[in-house]
Design a protein around this ligand. Structure first.
Ligand code: HH2
Length: 284
C-alpha cells in the first residue's frame, strides 16, 4: 500500500520505509538515459514502479551526473509536460527533481507534491519562496560544487560533520523563507562531490544526521561508488550493491530510498524489516 505524503514526512518518527522510484526523462542520465524519452514509455515505467510498491515517483528532466551540462528550464518543461500530466492522473505522489524554480512551478501546477532540489535550493533564488508559497514538501540535498565540476578532487576535513552542518543551515534557511519545517526531507547526496571514502563515511555516519529530526533520504542506486568497490562497470548490474547500501542506510536511520529498481528494493526492505521487528520483539 502506497504511503500518504503525511506518512512520508513523518517516516523518521515511526521508522516507516519509503521507496521513491526514479524516472529520468533525459537522453543522458548515467544509468537509464534515453530509456524514457517517449512519454508512453515514461508513463508505463511509472505505472510499473507504482504497482511494485513505490510510494513516490521522482521525475527528472536534467541529468546531474558528474560532468553534465545544465538543461534550460524550457527544455526541461517540454520533456516533462505529457509525462507529468499522465502520471498525475494516476493519483501518485510525484516529486520533481530540478533546481529550477520555473520547472518546479510548472510541475507543482501539474500535480507534483514534492520538490527534490539537489542544490538544496541554492541554485535558484526563487526556489525557497516558491516552495513556501505553494506549501510543497522539499528535499534538501548536500552537494559540493556543481555537477559539472563536483568530482574534481572533492575534499573534506570531516565529511559527516560538514554535511550535517550544511543540512542544518539549509533547513534553517528554508524555515526562515517560510517553508514548514515538517515538510522538509534531508539527503546527504551520495555521489555529489564525494569520493568513495566520503560516500562510505556518510552512509556509515547517517546516525549523526538523525539529530536534525527530519526524514533522511538516500540515493545510492547504481552509483559509481558501487562500481568502485565491486568492479562492476555497468550501472544496471549494480543492483546487489544498491540493495546492500539501502539496507545498511536503513539500519542507520534513513527512511526514504531513491532507487531505480523498485520491486527488488521493496522486497529487500520487507525482509530486513521483518527480521528487525522480530529482533525487537525478542529483545523486548
Ligand atoms: N541522485 C541523482 C539525481 N537526483 N536526488 C536526490 N535527492 N538524491 C540523490 O542521490 C540523487 C537525486 C542521480 O541519479 P540519477 O537520477 O539516476 O542520474 P542522473 O542525474 O544522471 O539523471
Amino acid at each position: 500500500m502506497a504511503r500518504t505524503l503525511d506518512e512520508i514526512l513523518t517516516s523518521h518518527r515511526n521508522r516507516r520505509a519509503i521507496v521513491m522510484g526514479v524516472l529520468n526523462v533525459t537522453p543522458d542520465s548515467f544509468s537509464d538515459g534515453g530509456d524514457f524519452l517517449d512519454a508512453r514509455d515514461a508513463v508505463a515505467c511509472a505505472e510499473r514502479m507504482l504497482s511494485e510498491g513505490a510510494d513516490i515517483i521522482d521525475i527528472g528532466a536534467e541529468s546531474t551526473r558528474p560532468g553534465s551540462e545544465p538543461v534550460a528550464p524550457a527544455e526541461q518543461i517540454a520533456r516533462l509536460r505529457d509525462v507529468l500530466e499522465a502520471i498525475a492522473k494516476t493519483g501518485a505522489i510525484i516529486s520533481i527533481d530540478t533546481n529550477s524554480a520555473k520547472v518546479a512551478n510548472f510541475a507543482l501546477d501539474a500535480g507534483a507534491a514534492i520538490v527534490n532540489d539537489v542544490s538544496a535550493c541554492r541554485h535558484d533564488a526563487n526556489m525557497l519562496p516558491l516552495v513556501a508559497e505553494r506549501g510543497a514538501a522539499v528535499v534538501l540535498m548536500h552537494m559540493l560544487g556543481e555537477p559539472k565540476t563536483m568530482q574534481r578532487l572533492p575534499a573534506y576535513d570531516d565529511v559527516v560533520t560538514e554535511v550535517r552542518d550544511f543540512l542544518r543551515e539549509r533547513l534553517d534557511a528554508a524555515v526562515d523563507a517560510g517553508v514548514d519545517r515538517e515538510r522538509v526531507i534531508l539527503d546527504p547526496g551520495i555521489g555529489f562531490g564525494k569520493l568513495l571514502e566520503h560516500n562510505l563515511q556518510l552512509l556509515a555516519g547517517l546516525g549523526e544526521l538523525a539529530g536534525l529530526d527530519r526524514p533522511l533520504l538516500v540515493g545510492p542506486s547504481r552509483k559509481r561508488f558501487i562500481g568502485e568497490l565491486s568492479g562492476q562497470d555497468e550501472p544496471r548490474l549494480r543492483l546487489p550493491g544498491t540493495l546492500a547500501a539501502v539496507l545498511e542506510a536503513r539500519r542507520r536511520g534513513a527512511t526514504v530510498f531513491r532507487v531505480h529498481d523498485v520491486a527488488e528494493t521493496v522486497q529487500a526492505l520487507t525482509i530486513a524489516d521483518a527480521i528487525a521487528a522480530e529482533a525487537d520483539n525478542t529483545d523486548g
